[in-house]
Ligand binder design. Structure first.
Ligand code: NPQ
Ligand code: MG
Length: 376
């Protein structure tokens, strides 16, 4: 019987091709933890931890993930080398919180298990939807606040993405950088699918400011208010015509159900790292799909490892809006896997078993700043 014998943590430093500014800060590089699960047959599976270096998007951060993985999560699985995905999921649930760390480990083991069975992640995730899983997904792109706060720089950047074929543009907004840039982009491209993301930067008193953007025909506004304020989002949703979409708030199936019940959200951004893994991501997808609620796949500036798994998830039938599943070259000059390249605004779901890609050893070695081996 196949078991997991060893887990290796790889910390890599990926320079971004341009700084990425959001309402919570500016990133120049991505500090990423990759988890490699190695089986008794010598098969490696891979998972990506989407936490940032500091707790700006959520409370998780890379040093904290290294600690909870090393001291708590990895020992739970190495005890007997458990490889069955549902059992791994139940085991990890004994630790409270830490969804990004759990996702990385669960995905690495799932990838290893699928590879030993020669089964693709997309077929595993989409097992309930035979014949309805796509082989390519529509891609959007998230556009940061230009560090210069210059409208012409914003329009230049968006122009590049429109020319590259992206099927939806998402503008990061915050108080002071909202209606004006949104209007400029809408006036330049009257037909494009356009949405905004505030990453919690507004308050309950800002309804009028947000309502001022209703006339720009936006698909949705993402996470305008703090993540714990479901009732504030419900009140705001009654004040504006643009649909409210929650990201940071949706941390579990139960919260997703509550947010829908109180009408705090009418569209959901699903990010596996935020909800504790691909199995939970599929559960939220299923809940929404049954209720006719649209979902789309978020992004966390993943390398090819996380991107591959996200593209597989986004192939499920309920993902009907383009995701933040951008091409490798949106963020990185060199990806750690063979690059994901946009084709008519879409990315292909990998055809190989598991997540379908793996790091290129020489590139991984070059990018690695730290690694550790944890054995049974
Ligand atoms: C979001 N992602 O939807 C996030 C936020 C985000 C693609 O907009 C480093 C690591 C920087 C993760 C900046 C996109 C990040 C990050 C923003 C995630 O809210
Ligand atoms: Mg977001």
């Amino acid at each position: 019987m196949t078991r997991i014998d060893r887990i290796r943590l790889h910390r890599i430093d990926m320079p971004l091709i341009r700084p990425f500014r959001t309402s919570f800060g500016t990133q120049d590089a991505r500090d990423i933890l990759l988890v490699e699960a190695i089986t008794s047959d010598g098969v490696s599976g891979w998972g990506e931890c989407v936490a940032m270096s500091w707790p700006g998007y959520s409370y998780e951060y890379v040093d904290g993930c290294v600690d909870v993985l090393t001291e708590h999560l990895v020992p739970l699985v190495l005890r007997d080398g458990v490889v069955d995905p549902l059992e791994v999921h139940r085991r990890l649930a004994r630790v409270q919180g830490h969804p990004m760390a759990k996702t990385a480990l669960e995905t690495a083991i799932l990838d290893a298990w699928l590879r030993t069975r020669s089964e693709r992640l997309v077929d595993f995730l989409g097992a309930e939807y035979p014949g309805q899983v796509r082989d390519e997904v529509d891609c959007g792109v998230s556009v940061g606040i230009p560090p210069s706060e210059s409208l012409s720089e914003l329009l230049d950047e968006v122009s590049g993405y429109v020319d590259a074929g992206y099927r939806r543009i998402k503008l990061k907004i915050e108080p002071g950088w909202d209606a004006q840039p949104v209007r400029a982009v809408r006036e330049t491209w009257p037909e494009i699918l356009l949405q905004t993301d505030a990453n919690q930067a507004y308050t309950r008193g800002d309804a009028a400011l947000l309502a001022a953007m209703d006339r720009f025909d936006l698909l949705l506004v993402e996470q305008p208010l703090p993540e714990d304020d479901l009732l504030g989002h419900a009140a705001l949703a009654r004040e504006i015509t643009t649909p409210v979409c929650l990201d940071e708030s949706i941390t579990s199936v139960a919260v997703a159900e509550t947010a829908l019940a109180v009408e705090a959200t009418s569209v959901i951004n699903i990010k596996p790292g935020r909800v504790g893994g691909y199995l939970t991501a599929v559960e939220i997808h299923d809940l929404c799909h049954q209720r006719g609620v649209v979902v789309w796949c978020g992004g966390m500036l993943e390398t090819g490892i996380g991107r591959a798994a996200n593209v597989a998830l986004a192939a499920l039938p309920g993902f009907t809006l383009p995701g933040d599943t951008s091409a490798s070259n949106r963020y990185y000059a060199v990806d750690v896997t063979p690059p994901f390249v946009l084709d008519e605004g879409r990315l292909a779901v990998p055809s190989a078993p598991g997540i379908g890609v793996e790091p290129i050893p020489e590139i991984l070695a070059e990018l690695t700043t730290w690694s550790a081996l944890i054995e049974r």
